[in-house]
Write a protein that binds this ligand. Structure first.
Ligand SMILES: [Mn+2]
Length: 228
């Protein structure tokens, strides 16, 4: 109780850049409010953050799991499941992508240190694209970017290990680590392991993810001023 809630303005700017109205949903412990919050938005962006507790995917926390925010886990898992079930357009970024996979019954690598063969916790400025991602042909991600590969930033020590039911891999890194997932039976549910909010001012493959979320919100609601 009494802790501060922080969100990088990079997410806000990325939504503003699309012309949509950014709204922040505060973490609270009252489940009846979560649905009402969702009723007030046209699309959902699940932001990056700390590690989701492994209990959400049926495992014990290994020593390398980071600090857990239980209230945030509870609320965001509800939001992720609800968005998937009720076809609310959703873009998951980093932790957000992992939550989408977990919501579908998937699992994570709790720590990539011994698994990765390339640098996923980049030692470079966060707006620098350190590694390549390879996009699956025919995927939503490919249709949006029109690229078989492109470079992204990488600021994660966990990653999706097993995507859940209905959750498909849409991009991997050179070492096979899953970098993006999507839900073909959903109008727009995409998760990316990188941080497009730091790239989107100058990088079209990053900006298009946010404009696509905005577009999906418009198509769902046929409104002019979408709230994300
Ligand atoms: Mn990466």
């Amino acid at each position: 109780m009494g802790y501060e809630q922080r969100l990088s303005t990079a997410y806000v700017q990325a939504v503003v850049q699309t012309g949509a109205v950014p709204l922040l949903l505060p973490i609270c412990a009252n489940p009846s409010l979560w649905r009402q919050m969702l009723a007030g938005v046209d699309a959902l962006l699940l932001s990056g953050g700390g590690d989701p507790d492994a209990v959400w995917y049926g495992q014990e926390a290994e020593p390398a799991q980071g600090y857990v925010q239980p209230a945030r886990d509870s609320m965001e898992m509800y939001l992720a499941r609800y968005a998937l079930r009720h076809k609310i357009p959703v873009l998951g970024i980093c932790r957000g992508a992992q939550l989408l996979a977990i919501a579908a019954g998937g699992t994570l690598w709790q720590d990539l240190t011994k698994v990765q063969r390339i640098q996923h916790e980049q030692r470079a400025p966060r707006m620098y694209a350190i590694h390549q991602v390879y996009v699956k042909p025919g995927s939503l991600l490919y249709r949006l970017t029109r690229k078989k590969k492109f470079r992204v930033n990488s600021l994660h020590h966990q990653a999706i290990r097993k995507p859940g039911t209905g959750c498909k891999v849409s991009a991997v890194a050179a070492d096979g680590i899953i970098e993006a997932v999507e839900f073909p039976s959903h109008p727009f549910a995409l998760g990316v392991q990188w941080h497009p909010e730091w790239l989107c001012r100058h990088d079209r493959t990053a900006a298009v993810l946010f404009t696509a979320l905005r577009k999906a919100a418009s198509e769902k609601n046929n409104k002019s001023a979408d709230k994300i």
